[in-house]
Design a protein around this ligand. Structure first.
Ligand SMILES: [Zn+2]
Length: 125
């Protein structure tokens, strides 16, 4: 049986739910942009493309960028959902890799962290 951690998760849950809502909203807007339903909403991805020159190049680059950002959001959203599930089953705040408690300061900074900083570092090489 998985180890459980005694931790007051109320504020983490709140933070995660807010993050989830924010991410879902971003993803929705990116999808609207990608499908051309919302061409005027340029706030998320279009900032850096002015110097590329040429509408075609810009369009292609922008579309790639939007997809990349969307993927990134989805990754984070998946992590947020995993963290919420961990809260439900009492394993929130325990490192997936080494099984030690993730420091509270790290969870406060990154509520959807599923590994401690040391393991994260080792995993990313
Ligand atoms: Zn660890």
């Amino acid at each position: 049986m998985a180890r459980k951690r005694k931790l007051n998760t109320r504020k983490f849950k709140k933070a995660l739910e807010a993050e989830k809502e924010r991410l879902e909203d971003h993803i929705r807007r990116l999808e609207d942009r990608a499908s051309g339903r919302d061409p005027l909403n340029r706030d998320v991805a279009a900032r850096d493309f002015d110097e590329l020159g040429g509408d075609a190049a810009r369009d292609t680059a922008e579309r790639g960028q939007v997809a990349a950002i969307g993927e990134n959001f989805r990754d984070i959203l998946a992590a947020v959902n995993t963290a919420l599930k961990k809260i439900e089953n009492g394993t929130y705040g325990i490192c997936d890799r080494c099984g030690k408690n993730i420091p509270k300061s790290r969870l406060e900074f990154l509520p959807y962290a599923t590994t401690c900083a040391k393991c994260r570092k080792e995993l990313s090489g």
